[in-house]
Design a protein around this ligand. Structure first.
Ligand code: ZN
Length: 392
């Protein structure tokens, strides 16, 4: 259940930097390629084992087998430390677990080398040499260290993007947060929408940029150019980079806006309540626009920010009645999608549809927080009270 988080002096935080381009980067690319090879090898082994014995290959056996290969005929795998190999198998088994639990549709599968992106170092294989200088697997690299690192480094991930740039991510524990936002005494419910990204119970409506829409012409053009190139040619890989550049731009704009918005909201409100979303349903109904808005990404950023600032962020189960219920008297009515104003047939309350909904969401969150039992004033279902809560 919900645990109130009052003082959170430290959180887990990632710091990402881009390595300066240099010829030595090719060694990192090669190590990522080796990781891809190990991944694919493990997938193949797992499949064969399953085909023969109709059960999952035990992780320890897979790891022992990979270790043997690494010390034997596949000695080039030694480019990767044993802990990094373990990180690969860990990730694979997480994927299989999620698949067998029904959380994801497809099990982990083979990956093209080009599309394989990263490897992770735990305690060994990296050393910080000074400001913006790091030693990775025995070679020195420089990066633009735009801010100081803090906390205890748990892992270092080396990741390439579609444009062949290499970024390093330090995942740090016990990062002291200099700012604990002071209480404002304000709380709000928030309703996601397509027309207005967020509608708050304060009546404020927040529109989101749609960077993909803005870049669509450029994207289509570069995709057309790509499709005309000879497979395997240099021109084709150049054109592919062009497409990737547009996608990266879109992602950057979206992320930047979302971080700023999440921060602003959580500085303003002590308690923020969201409704979990049926993203798949929305996607089917509305298509590309849902992805462009990135609701789920926004929610996870907001969750992190709440933790950082010591705020409460609650998610209540998706509950369609939030739109259909009068927030004043609890009367329910049908609300077709095109009906933008809620008019209560019972008490005469009139309000914008999403504002009315966000009030209901806030109310549900408050009840969840105070641990209210199934005693309901508006005849709300119990499911609401047992809703998933995130003590972030
Ligand atoms: Zn009413």
């Amino acid at each position: 259940m919900f645990v109130r988080t009052l003082f959170l002096a430290s959180v887990r935080q990632s710091f990402q930097f881009k390595l300066f381009g240099c010829k030595r980067l090719r060694h990192l690319h090669r190590t990522i390629d080796v990781s891809a090879e190990i991944w694919n090898h493990a997938v193949a082994l797992h499949r064969r084992y399953y085909r023969l014995f109709k059960k999952t290959l035990p992780k320890a056996r897979l790891q022992a087998h990979l270790a043997k290969l690494r010390n034997g005929k596949r000695s080039h795998w030694k480019a990767l430390g044993s802990q990094s190999v373990q990180a690969i198998t860990d990730r694979l088994y997480l994927g299989w677990e999620a698949f067998f639990a029904g959380d994801i549709k497809r099990p982990p599968t083979f990956r093209k080398r080009r599309k394989y992106r990263s490897f992770t170092l735990k305690q060994t294989g990296h050393k910080i040499l000074g400001h913006g200088r790091i030693r990775i697997l025995g070679r020195n690299y420089r990066f633009n260290q735009s801010r100081p690192l803090s906390g205890v480094i748990k892992t270092v991930t080396v990741r390439r993007d579609a444009l062949h740039d290499i970024h390093i991510t330090f995942s740090c524990d016990q990062v002291q947060q200099p700012e604990q936002a002071s209480k404002t005494g304000l709380s709000a419910g928030a309703d996601f929408g397509l027309k207005d990204f967020l509608t708050l119970s304060t009546g404020e409506r927040i529109a989101a940029p749609q960077p993909l829409k803005a870049q669509l012409r450029r994207l289509r053009k570069s995709q057309r150019r790509l499709s005309r190139k000879q497979p395997g040619s240099k021109a084709r890989s150049r054109a592919r980079l062009d497409v990737a550049r547009v996608h990266r731009k879109v992602a950057n704009v979206r992320n930047d806006w979302q971080w700023k918005q999440a921060r602003m909201l959580l500085l303003t409100f002590d308690l923020l309540v969201f409704e979990t979303l049926n993203l798949r349903g929305m996607q089917q109904l509305w298509g590309r626009k849902v992805g462009d808005l990135g609701f789920a990404d926004f929610l996870s950023k907001a969750g992190w920010m709440a933790r950082k600032l010591g705020r409460d962020l609650l998610k209540i189960d998706r509950w369609e009645a939030s739109t259909k219920t009068c927030r004043v008297c609890g009367h329910r009515r049908e609300m077709p999608l095109n009906m933008r104003i809620f008019v209560c047939e019972c008490c005469g309350h009139v309000e914008h549809r999403d504002v009315n909904a966000s009030h209901n969401i806030l109310e549900a969150g408050r009840r969840l927080r105070s641990g209210a039992s199934s005693k309901t004033t508006h005849g709300w279902p119990d499911a609401l009270v047992t809703a998933e809560s995130h003590a972030l």
